[in-house]
Design a protein around this ligand. Sequence first.
Ligand code: AHR
Length: 659
Amino acid sequence: MKRILNLIAAALLAINVYSQSPAVFVVKANQPVAPIQPTMWGIFFEDINFAADGGIYAELVKNRSFEFYKSLMGWREDSSSRFSNNMRSGYTTIINRSKDNPSNPRFARINVLADKGYGLTNEGFRGMGLKKDMVYHFSILASQHDGSNTAVRIELKDSAGKIIGNTRINPSGKEWKKYTADIVSSATDSKGAMTVWFEGKGILDIDMVSLFPADTWKNRQGGLRADLVQLLADMKPGFVRFPGGCIVEGHELSNRYQWKKTVGNVDSRELIINRWNREFDHRPAPDYFQSFGLGFFEYFQLSEDVGAEPLPILNCGMACQFNSAELVPLDELDPYIQDALDLIEFANAGTDTKWGKLRADMGHTAPFNLKMMGVGNEQWGPQYAERYKIFAKAIHEKYPEIKLVSSVGPFAGGELFNFLDKEMRDMKADILDEHYYMPPEFFLKNAKRYDKYDRNGPKIFAGEYASHVRGTDGTQRNTWQAALSEAAFMTGLERNADVVYMCSYAPLFSHVDAWQWAPDLIWFDNLNSYGTPNYYVQKLFATNKGTHVVSISQNNEVIAGQDSIYASAAIDKSTNELVIKLVNASAVEKKTIIQLDGIKKIKQKAKLVSLTAGQLDAKNSIQSPAAVSPAETELEIKESKPLVTIAPYSLQVMRIKMN
Ligand code: AHR
């Protein structure tokens, strides 16, 4: 019976496909509707899912400065530091010198009792990623006690404990000094480790025990993981929003993000707990902290490296309202506002200013050209409106050219959204930051969301969005179904480029063994990384942005879900091309004739990039990183009216050269 029903269904489908006459889509290529902002498609970076420490920040040692609340978390005594009678060849104590060094109070005192030496092994971030023939830069701060001459031997180990590289250093003298040595790994292992041996009876104080691969992005010492930055650079993002997200707000105000504590020498950046450490009971991450090796200077530099505008988001005197919801009283907001003003000085001012000088001392004499800044993250209620007002007045008085991004709450609609949307519009806010983490159906139904927005009001930043497929979790959530629904919705964002100025998928990064939140745009382990189908959708939109939106319509209506098809079109004045994006959200192939009005001549061959997958639940993985990825072909155009077949469940991007 089931077989007969299937046959009937297949026959009906076939009749439907063959009886379809192509729909006619009309593109008015000579009538630009609005410019598309260079910032249209960007990146949202937050240190969630081990995105920074254990992720893009290439440091391999976890708890390098012994500041985690359990001082030796990530470290363990090497088993051969014990004798058969269970006596130890040494021991570690933790000293707190907070008076002398409040931002890096703790260090480890290594007491070596026996000549055979005493070893501490660091496990890395769910293992250490080590590559064959790669050079690793080891460094340590050390101070030798009077009469002691303890040497340091460093071993890289594979996951079976086999030594795959080693080196040694000989610290001398009582004053703290930095010692460095290089090690070459003789094997590849994504779950390696490092043992530091202390040899020769005596006492050695150590701090900032660090190991970086040499192949960081732009080969910067102590820099970022090159494969992960490359994935970002390939997207050609218009902006980088940092450092989040709820991390800006903190669980409590005491662990909010404070940019001033993330700049200057890395060993004086005060480590704090990561607010995602204890957010979700089902995904505990007790070893999740923020070392701030990736701090605000590095965020600005990253933005510059990938050709994007920097968009820092600052705390506005409010802790996360889903957590403690602590508020700073209105008459105590000054230090928070000063942080915002000083950040503009850090980014833009001359080197004759306090903060401009720090930027130059850190290696960037030229300004970073900061143009916009976010006041608070996902805040809601009158308490936000009154704080935003004070911030906006102070910032705009001193820096009228800086555009401010303001919150309209955590949801796409409802009471919280409506309240702030009105308040912010009444205050003539510059840019409203909308967030929506919703199921695929929401994205398919809401492609017209911005069609009716006030063209004279604030501009829109779709600052955090992602399609969440129910009943899935972890890497399994980044399905083609989710990505396709985002693509459909994004045609609506692009069509409304006169009001939507910026958009970013969220969150950006996730460690396959250490995530808290899914789906995410890019997944990685300690050695490899891959873009999800959602990544390829973002990349296709961003790299085929065009400079001006033009209209594409069917029967004089925008194409936003009729017959499951979504469309947007733009021209690129810099390359003289017409760029058309078509999404087919159905299981049935669709044919359409594209009528190109207002173009006299076109090149007969167009470029067609197609992103599709056989199954809606298709996904990419570390093993198959490009299972769902774009394929490029040529499209023959006859009589200036391309006939396009839109494959089932696909995004098609067409670039037509106009003469
Ligand atoms: O992207 C993950 C979180 O979602 C962000 O930190 C927050 O802004 C939102 O609730």
